[in-house]
Write a protein that binds this ligand. Structure first.
Ligand code: CA
Length: 437
């Protein structure tokens, strides 16, 4: 699955390497959504068709209907996207509990290890200017921040926009401009949890447009990582988009992000750099089906975020590069359905008798092959031997997501003095993280 993201990293690397000798290396824009599902885009079958800019991007570019993230949760997925390596290798996993998801709440002690070579580091070496806008989620302690790992600029937050907190038991999440915080969610960057109103997406759009204008006029190659998070709970949208969709606040958030995609693509064209810019759109993990009406749609696919079924890991994906990428391919899907004992959050260790699906005749993984059948018996041996061979050669990274400590929360981030927002945290008391799902 993660081969796809490895492939993307390779494409970037090869493009940079191959074109280095020429006059103008290509620019890169990755637009990564948060918890947006495969089925949330009109082009992927969402019936309200409220994503006109993404649908146009798909028409003009290439749709990748079988694109997978490396993990069904924010942090490990993003770590894989940035490093081109699976969470087991880049350290974004836990050994506290078998098969549990793990991520980076603000009590997490770990983060992206220095030895991981991230995409912006490769590009920086090739002369690029790199900016991340939005959610980082690869560690909130300063040594893990984007500017320590290849980015030149940052506007956004190290963690999810949960809150508001009282700054006594838990500090509000800081928002950074480059290496220093410029405020905190709910205090300086408002998210009204009653109405869902927030201007954050508009800020993220404006930051992107300003960066593109500056970089286009400078003439140097650039990489923009637009990691917006309005479709992650708590959902939000700005006033002009509130109540505008047929899908509630979630749909409003999607509409505003879609508008942002349009703004960015139009800006690239207006600046005359579109034909030298590779743009890639995707999401970090599947829609949060447990959030019900506050979650998105995974189309026909089973389950969603936090599960390794199709709905958790298969992501909407569109590549766009005028005159380089030819308009792409269609979508073929059928309605999904529930399967007793499979579509469940109960944690059953199936490693002794793994579930097998025939993704040729059953691409949605709706009908697992029964272990007593000859088809299962004929195929499982070959698969298990590949697994064993893989395990023999696997070199796991040091797990970063095992230890949590209230003292490492965002109490006094860099820049807090200037704002009078340095708060006192408790003494250090590391404990094994307890993961809820
Ligand atoms: Ca996510």
């Amino acid at each position: 699955m993660a081969d796809v993201k490895v492939l993307v990293l390779l494409m970037f690397t090869l493009s940079v390497t191959c074109i280095r000798a020429k006059e103008k290396p290509p620019n890169f824009v990755i637009m990564l959504m948060d918890d947006m599902g495969w089925g949330d885009l009109g082009v992927f079958g969402e019936p309200n068709k409220e994503t006109p800019y993404l649908d146009k991007m798909a028409q003009e570019g290439m749709v990748l209907p079988n694109f997978y993230s490396a993990n069904p949760l924010c942090s490990p997925s993003r770590a894989a996207l940035m490093s081109g390596r699976l969470p087991i290798r880049n350290g974004f996993y836990t050994t506290n509990d078998h098969a549990r998801n793990a991520y980076t709440p603000q009590v997490i002690m770990g983060g992206i290890p220095d030895e991981e070579i991230l995409l912006p580091e490769i590009l920086k070496d090739a002369g690029y200017r790199n900016k991340i806008i939005g959610k980082w989620h690869l560690g909130q302690q300063p040594q893990y921040h984007p500017l320590k790992h290849g980015f030149d600029e940052w506007f956004g937050a190290p963690n999810c926009h949960f809150g508001p907190y009282n700054n006594k038991n838990t500090p509000n999440i800081p928002v950074y401009k480059n290496a220093e915080m410029v405020g905190r969610y709910y205090q300086d960057f408002v998210i009204d949890k009653q109405t869902g109103e927030s201007n954050l997406t508009q800020m993220y759009i404006q930051e992107a447009l300003t960066f593109l204008e500056a970089e286009a006029s400078s003439g140097s190659p650039f990489f923009l990582y637009w990691a917006v998070d309005a479709t992650h709970e708590p959902l939000y949208a700005s006033k002009p988009f509130l109540g505008k969709s047929h899908r509630g606040l979630y749909g409003d958030a999607v509409m505003e992000l879609d508008f942002g995609v349009g703004q960015i693509l139009n800006k690239l064209m207006a600046l005359g750099v579109a034909e030298n810019t590779f743009v890639f759109f995707s999401s970090d993990n599947g829609a949060a089906t447990y959030a019900k009406t506050h979650g998105g749609s995974n189309g026909p696919f089973l389950c969603g975020k936090e599960t390794t079924f199709e709905g958790g890991m298969r992501e909407p994906a569109i590549a766009w590069w005028p005159n380089r990428i030819k308009p792409g391919q269609g979508i073929d899907f059928c309605p999904g359905e529930s399967i007793a004992n499979v579509t469940t959050h109960d944690q059953v260790n199936n490693t002794a008798q793994p579930l097998l699906f025939h993704v040729g005749r059953d691409p949605g993984e709706k009908y697992f092959i029964r272990p007593h059948t000859s088809e299962y018996k004929q195929n499982i041996g070959g698969i298990l031997s590949v697994v064993e061979d893989h395990k023999k050669h696997l070199v796991p990274g040091k797990p970063q997501l095992n230890w949590c400590d209230n003292s490492v929360m965002n109490w006094s981030p860099p820049g807090c003095e200037k704002l009078g927002q340095c708060y006192k945290g408790p003494p250090s008391n590391p404990q094994k993280c307890v993961w809820p799902h």
